[in-house]
Design a protein around this ligand. Sequence first.
Ligand code: G1P
Length: 175
Amino acid sequence: MIKFVYQNKPEGTGHAVLQCKKYLKGTHFLMLLADDLIVKKNCSKEMISLHRKTKGSVIATRKVERRTVSRWGILGFKNKTKNSFLINEVIEKPKLSEAPSNYAIIGRYILPRKILSVLKMQGRGKGGEIHITDAIKTLVKKDEKFYGNIFKGKYIDCGTLDGFIKSGLTISKYL
Ligand code: G1P
């Protein structure tokens, strides 16, 4: 069963989540950004197993080229292993000089339901939008546990015009 909610204006990822409030049950929920495709390995499954192991929130991540950091949400971290780390900093689209690493947020998140009350109180951030990244930052500062899941699948970025055009060709090879 798919239920749709609407944003009449582009007001950001956090605003979108607020529109879903009445459908979110339980302590955590999975959020997927539709313009980030991950194929070959099921990223959500990997994230659910990290969530079950740690009981914390989880964000999909991978290294991006340093010169592109200002296009992504960027993570700072500690306790890194091969496939995951504990997040201690989150910045939406930082300048290269402000980026804590070059591990980017890719659009898969397991978030705590309590993020809704943070979003409700939150002002507008970059570009006048209500960003989920800013609410995550607030929770990380309050010592809420967030883990980066360095996923194994193949990432296809459809968030740029070039990426969107190339993604059709890449996907056709997997069908
Ligand atoms: C969104 C998020 C950003 C994330 C990116 C992944 O940005 O705000 O933190 O790194 O998706 O694609 P957008 O691409 O919508 O500008």
